[in-house]
Design a protein around this ligand. Structure first.
Ligand code: HPA
Length: 233
């Protein structure tokens, strides 16, 4: 079985997939944390590796940036490759003044400015939420690891560069913790296909305090988020 965007065979993917945005991040995780690793996809360089972590099988695969990209890859994994749960690990911009760089967000829900859910022809606004099972486990892991974490609602946006740079204040007033560009589509696909999804994010910049992290700092802070994700396998 292969799809237009994935050359993997049906049994190449584990039931649990960790999805960073950057395919080279997937390679880094595979090389540094997994055993018995094999490359299972390289179509468009969207690298996917399957291996074991503490004896359990897991796949790590890049999602690319934005909802169209993660929408394609996560749909194919759920629908055609027998994947049961996808845990996105990514970065976000903070919308709340109390959030500091490197804080961890466990995304209970995601709001959006995208039209992704219009395909379902619902007579209203779909609220995309995480799997409570994964959410509960992630919170327990974050607590045990003494992480600085928050649980709540985020914005999945179609825009990184935008005409009105103050628009975040309206989302901020609604309690939105931060912004990224993928989770709404991931949570929709999981709901539609009766699978599980969760997003864990590290704050990489702040729209409020106008601070940002260096590439080196991002790499290091990423470790804690990834270890929480690996606890969920
Ligand atoms: N906007 C959108 N996506 C992001 C950001 C941001 O500021 N930071 C990390 N991912």
């Amino acid at each position: 079985m292969s799809t237009p965007h994935n050359q993997g065979k049906e049994n190449d993917f584990a039931k649990t997939v960790l999805m960073p945005g950057d395919p080279l991040r997937a390679k880094f995780i595979a090389e540094n944390y997994l055993e018995n690793v094999r490359l299972v996809n390289s179509v468009r360089n969207m690298l996917a590796y399957t291996g074991t972590y503490k004896g359990k099988e897991v796949t790590v695969m890049g999602s690319g940036m934005g909802m169209p990209s993660i929408g394609i890859y996560s749909y194919e994994l759920f629908k055609f490759y027998g994947v049961e749960q996808i845990i996105r690990i990514g970065s976000c911009g903070a919308y709340q003044p109390n959030l500091k760089l490197f804080d961890i967000l466990i995304c209970a829900g995601t709001s959006t400015d995208s039209n992704y859910a219009s395909q379902y022809e619902l007579n209203g606004t779909y609220s995309a939420i995480a799997s409570f099972d994964l959410l509960e486990k992630a919170v327990a892991s974050a607590k045990a690891r003494n992480a600085n974490y928050y649980v709540g609602n985020i914005l999945s946006s179609d825009l990184f560069y935008r005409a009105d740079s103050d628009i975040y204040k309206k989302w901020q007033a609604m309690g939105i913790l931060g912004v990224e560009m993928e989770s709404y589509a991931l949570y929709c696909n999981a709901a539609y296909l009766n699978k599980k999804a969760l997003t864990i994010l590290t704050v990489s910049d702040s729209l409020v305090n106008k601070t940002e992290t260096t590439a080196k700092e991002r790499e290091q802070s990423f470790t804690q988020m990834m270890e929480i994700a690996l606890d969920l396998i």
